[in-house]
Ligand binder design. Structure first.
Ligand code: ADE
Length: 251
């Protein structure tokens, strides 16, 4: 996937290009990041990229021309690509949106700074506006990195096979079940208590029982923490029964 990035702070993207799973995807060539800094497309000596809003009000806005020229250059490098503007005004980013964007071979991400961008630029150049949540960040870069990270995980060959199996399993759309690693029992003040031990079923070697327990936990957690997610699911009889079991065990 080729990603053109229009940003005043390209260095920030080292967080994804130089570390972890996304870093590996970049060095393997599964993701290519190309940067286009609007400041490089200014024509005045001071390299002005912002200006005051018409009608008054606080803060500054990004000017049309430098951003537009950066996008046009990005298009030359990516070929046909959607232009996505990261903004709190956008459609909320979801796993479903990531899934549908992950099949695009190229995209251009526009990260704003200041109080925003001149609306005419958005109307002329932007295909999709995305928000990563109902809060305001000081720029779109972190949001663009969230998008890149979420997309990278969905590209074939980026995440190992085991993980992709879990991701594709039927309890998608629910929160994850709790996980444990060694030691089996934590030493310390609460030694012997329930909380210091790994749930016995996970040590049983009974794979069917483990799978059942995990689905039950995923359903229960989603019910407790994110009933909105559960409301969107159609639960089959087995899932309903597992959730009832979870609730009974809790009492
Ligand atoms: N830029 C600033 N805040 C943002 C948000 N919540 N989502 C996407 N882009 C942003």
């Amino acid at each position: 996937m080729r990603i053109g990035i229009v940003s005043l702070f390209p260095e920030m993207f080292r967080a994804v290009s130089d570390f972890g799973i996304t870093g590996r995807a970049v060095s393997n060539g599964l993701i290519e990041l190309d940067f286009f800094n609007p400041r490089d497309y200014t024509t005045d000596r001071r390299q002005t990229v912002d200006d005051k809003p018409y009608g008054g009000g606080p803060g500054m806005l990004m000017k049309v021309r430098p951003v537009q020229k950066a996008i046009q250059d990005a298009r030359k490098s990516t070929g046909p690509a959607r232009v996505i503007y990261l903004t709190p005004q956008g459609m909320p980013l979801s796993q479903e949106t990531l899934g549908s964007l992950s099949t695009d071979s190229a995209m251009i991400l526009l990260s704003g700074r200041y109080e925003g961008i001149d609306e005419r630029l958005i109307e002329q150049e932007v295909d999709l506006e995305l928000s990563i949540g109902d809060y305001v960040l000081s720029g779109g870069e972190l949001a663009a990195m969230v998008l890149i990270d979420g997309l990278a995980r969905l590209l074939p060959g980026v995440v190992g096979d085991d993980e992709s199996v879990i991701r594709d399993s039927f309890y998608d759309g629910l929160l994850d079940y709790p996980q444990y690693t060694r030691p089996e029992r934590l030493e310390g003040e609460d030694e012997g208590s329930e909380q210091s031990r790994v749930p016995a079923v996970l040590l049983s070697g009974d794979h069917a029982a483990i799978a059942r327990w995990r689905v039950k936990q995923a359903l229960g957690r989603t019910w407790e923490r994110r009933p909105d997610l559960l409301a969107r699911q159609v639960l089959d009889d087995e899932a309903k029964q597992l959730l009832q079991e979870y609730l009974r065990e809790k009492d």
